[in-house]
Design a protein around this ligand. Structure first.
Ligand code: ZN
Length: 105
């Protein structure tokens, strides 16, 4: 993200404050509003500036379940990919021990 800015400078450089870090789903542009004062998530009041994020373990689990996009990926697919990544890492370790590769670690 090359144009992502954390601060907002306005009034001809007289005012500098934190900028909202929310992204538009449609245009993929960053929100142009200042972040709420004391916002833990650096968001404006339109984008959940008062939110503190999930506080409990089950809250975190609920959020991660809600962010799993149906049709794009499933829990089984994620687990399978994680398992295969671990398997490839083990194969790479064995290849490295047996001097089958020249690449660095
Ligand atoms: Zn915003």
């Amino acid at each position: 993200m090359e144009n992502f800015k954390k601060t907002l400078v306005t009034a001809n450089g007289k005012i500098s404050c934190l900028r909202c870090t929310a992204l538009s789903k449609r245009t993929r542009l960053q929100c142009g509003r200042p972040a709420m004062k004391g916002s833990k998530t650096h968001k404006c009041n339109f984008h959940g500036g008062k939110s503190t994020g999930p506080r409990t373990a089950e809250g975190r689990q609920r959020i991660s379940k809600a962010h799993l996009i149906h049709g794009n990926e499933t829990v089984q697919k994620r687990a399978e990919r994680q398992r295969m990544a671990l398997w490839f890492k083990q194969v790479e370790d064995v290849m490295h021990v047996l001097d089958m590769t020249t690449g660095g670690r």
